[in-house]
Design a protein around this ligand. Structure first.
Ligand SMILES: C[S@@+](CC[C@H](N)C(=O)[O-])C[C@H]1O[C@@H](n2cnc3c(N)ncnc32)[C@H](O)[C@@H]1O
Length: 292
């Protein structure tokens, strides 16, 4: 890290990473952090109340390229971190509606002030859309059975409003349980990804990120499931390869030159880290560096 660099944390959460970045900055260094979640942003304001080098704002990280451009800082950012998915406080607070095991309203919005709750979406979505979401974002083999159960409950005026009842409905729709995970895990994941537009947000950020980073600046992405990781992997691979050129061709034109260099191999949490933080089990971190 450059002590006088400009760094961005697009997923502030509860500031673990932001704090680590801030602790390495000198007096001229700057950190911009964002999160969609108002509780996360409130935590950030409190944490950095007395640190003028650090600013935390409520925004989707997909807005960062436009915000950076608006601030005249395109091509000046030395590092951008994304630690994707939901935070532990979001999962642990039953009232946010993300938790299978803690009963709360079926909401699942990272920003409760925007868009529709999971319950509102399930009340109005056509069966085909629900099935597609469960199949695509949850890779749920039993998407059809679960969708039929949701539609039957809805038609009977009994669609659950709470996570506990909804998890029970999904469990009943599934064939006999396999494995230690709750049978509704993939269904909850799928609905959460859909309600928060998580993959579209990642795609938007990736489309603009090369214009954000300074030469030598790094993009660091921590993903928690294969749908995210595949996108990040493909993006880094495609931008770090020279486009197709005829054999023996001279120096490629600028549009064919790679804009990124992949740094190292993907990193997974080791046994010690997983023991300390079981949610790191499925995390994969990828790093790429902007070429000049
Ligand atoms: C895994 S947590 C981050 C934890 C954080 N690195 C820490 O050290 O505490 C993910 C956070 O990203 C936020 N988030 C997810 N998608 C987002 C998006 N498109 N824009 C902004 N924040 C997002 C969530 O609200 C959540 O707080």
């Amino acid at each position: 890290m450059k002590t006088d660099g400009l760094y961005m944390d697009g997923t502030y959460g509860r500031g673990g990473h932001a704090d680590a970045i801030a602790s390495r900055l000198g007096p001229q260094g700057r950190l911009w952090a964002t999160d969609r979640d108002p509780d996360a942003v409130a935590d950030g304001h409190e944490r950095f109340r007395h640190d003028p080098r650090c600013a935390v704002s409520q925004a989707g990280f997909e807005e960062l390229p436009a915000r950076v451009q608006g601030a005249g800082l395109s091509g000046r950012v030395d590092g951008l971190l994304l630690d994707l998915g939901v935070s532990s406080p979001q999962l642990d607070d039953a009232e946010r509606g993300f938790s299978i095991r803690r009963d709360g309203p079926l909401d699942m919005r990272m920003d409760p002030g925007q868009g529709e709750s999971a319950y509102a979406w399930l009340c109005r979505a056509p069966a085909g859309e629900i099935r597609r979401v469960l199949h695509t974002y949850g890779e749920e083999r039993h998407a059809r059975r679960v969708t039929n159960a949701i539609i039957a409950a809805r038609d009977a005026g009994e669609l659950p409003r709470r996570t506990g009842e909804f998890a029970a409905l999904v469990r009943e729709a599934m064939p006999a349980e396999q494995g230690p995970r709750h049978p509704a895990t993939r269904v909850f994941q799928a609905i959460r990804i859909h309600i928060n537009g998580e993959l579209a947000a990642l795609d938007r950020l990736l489309a603009g990120v090369c214009g954000v980073l300074a030469p030598g600046g790094r993009l660091v992405v921590i993903s928690f499931h294969s749908l995210e990781d595949r996108r990040v992997k493909r993006f880094m691979r495609d931008h770090s390869r020279i486009g197709d050129l005829p054999p023996g061709a001279p120096e490629p034109p600028p549009e064919k030159r790679p804009s990124l260099r992949v740094v190292g191999k993907p990193i997974r949490a080791d046994d010690n880290e997983v023991a300390a933080n079981p949610r790191a089990r499925s995390a994969v971190m990828r790093v790429a560096e902007r070429l000049s």
